[in-house]
Design a protein around this ligand. Structure first.
Ligand code: ZN
Ligand code: ZN
Length: 133
């Protein structure tokens, strides 16, 4: 599936091809912090399909508890997280679903790191809902 993405301010734009069956929610504490939210939704794009059309993301190198380092790309102006990838020769870019125009058609297929999930993140059905702000 061809997708287009951009950061909030529009400086960074890209296109890629993703497999909608590979959308994953990650409940790890790094994703909670780096997304500023309860969990992160991502979908991998094979490197050869990812084309950065505009802008130059800033890279934050995150070191995991295991020692693995990973490049996290974000917009230097608006701070939107755009993707993460291996530092050298990444086989794929893990695109942040919230930046993808077609995100409504990319429901998650899998949840990982559920041991560290924020307990309330699993079911929001019963939380009071309003159509807009
Ligand atoms: Zn931006
Ligand atoms: Zn994570």
């Amino acid at each position: 599936m061809k997708i287009e993405g951009r950061c909030h301010c529009g400086q960074i734009t890209y296109e890629a091809i993703v497999d909608p069956e590979k959308v994953t929610i990650c409940h790890c504490t790094d994703c909670q912090m780096l997304s500023g939210s309860a969990y992160r939704a991502s979908v991998p794009a094979p490197r050869e399909t990812f084309i950065l059309r505009g802008g130059a993301p800033k890279i934050y190198i995150k070191t995991a508890d295991s020692g693995t380092k990973r490049a996290h790309a974000f917009c230097p102006d608006c701070g939107t997280p755009v993707y993460s990838a291996a530092i050298e020769n990444p086989p794929a870019y893990s695109l942040r679903v919230g930046c993808i125009r077609e995100r409504a058609q990319l429901p998650p297929r899998k949840q990982i790191w559920c041991d560290s999930a924020v307990p309330w993140s699993k079911n929001l059905e019963d939380v009071e809902q309003s159509r807009r702000q």
